[in-house]
Design a protein around this ligand. Structure first.
Ligand code: SF4
Ligand code: SF4
Length: 307
């Protein structure tokens, strides 16, 4: 089955969203293209609908008025309305979007649409004037960009040939060849540092920390345009030991900038929309976190708190 990921000879990928006028995803004003599909499944993921590699139905129960239109139009018999109870057989859903278009309240939507390389580049280039005035450009994020590396490379390559600044946000978990291929057409990388403790990394994600570290070293061997990004997940990644390890890694690798990313406390709501439970068991973020953590940085490392 073609799951929507670009195969050899195809020129399309699956895009979760395109954010115009983004100001937190790299220098200047940017267009941020979020690709779908991520194999890491971090326990704290604030964008769980980005993980699956295909179009995915979102259902916001609180907006449903029980009109039953979705039951009538769905060709796969996914929806069932019994009294005020609305249930879904999600495994039957093809992501066609028919029910979302028929829903009068916006309770239904589909995350993910197929886009060709040309469509993606053309949508980004429509914002070109903003890049030129702000020294901005285009950011590819996810999901995990490496999961659709062939599509990503083609998009980035087209943008580079148009003189656009390109940035890739990655967890680093993917094929090394894919990462190095993207490096040829990427001006700047935002590379995640999640957990120094390999046991905890494996416990809280579905990834392999050794692959990530190996890939970071390989990337660093071909470019110094890397920013290390540490998500501050309360009680998990925001500990003094873990953040210090991130700073040490940056220093050892000659990476000069580290971003600290505050945890998005509203993340939990989206899990219900895709029929999952959110139970990461997080603590509250500590007050004065940035001051506390940035004081740990060795000399020569610039630390920035992102909003
Ligand atoms: S997206 Fe299509 S297949 Fe899925 S529930 Fe809606 S109408 Fe049915
Ligand atoms: S069409 Fe929308 S509002 Fe009507 S029953 Fe379906 S989900 Fe609820």
């Amino acid at each position: 089955m073609n799951n929507g990921i670009l195969q050899a000879g195809e020129r399309r990928g699956i895009v979760m969203d395109v954010d115009h006028f983004a100001v937190h995803d790299g220098p200047g004003i940017r267009t941020c293209v979020y690709l779908k599909g991520c194999p890491l499944s971090c326990a704290w993921c604030h964008s769980p609908e980005s993980q699956s590699p295909g179009p995915q139905l979102l259902f916001a129960q609180t907006r449903c008025i029980g009109c039953g239109r979705c039951v009538t139009v769905c060709p796969e018999g996914v929806h069932r309305q019994e009294g005020s109870l609305h249930t879904l057989e999600r495994e039957r859903c093809s992501g066609c979007g028919t029910c979302a278009r028929a829903c009068p309240t916006g309770a239904l939507s589909v995350s993910g649409r197929f886009m060709t390389v040309e469509e993606t580049v053309s949508e980004a280039l429509a914002d070109r004037v903003f890049y030129e005035n702000s020294r901005g450009g285009v950011t590819l994020s996810g999901g995990e960009v490496l999961f659709q590396a062939v599509f990503a490379r083609e998009v980035l390559s087209c943008l580079k040939s148009e003189g656009i600044h390109t940035l890739v946000e990655t967890s680093g978990f993917g094929r090394e060849e894919a990462l190095l291929s993207l490096a040829e057409v990427t001006d700047l990388f935002f590379f995640d540092f999640k957990l120094a403790d390999t046991g905890l990394f494996r416990h809280f994600t579905a990834g392999d920390p050794e692959v990530v570290m190996h890939n970071l070293a390989s990337l660093r061997a071909v470019t110094d345009r890397i920013v290390l990004r540490i998500p501050l997940i309360p009680g998990i990644t925001d500990t003094i030991g873990n953040v210090s390890a991130g700073f040490d890694l940056a220093r050892e690798m000659g990476i000069q900038t580290v971003h600290l990313l505050p945890y998005n406390a509203t993340a939990g709501a989206k899990y219900a929309w895709i029929g999952r439970e959110y139970q990461p068991g997080l603590l509250e973020a500590r007050h004065g976190l940035f001051e506390e953590l940035s004081a740990l940085a060795p000399q020569g490392i610039l630390v920035e708190m992102m909003t």
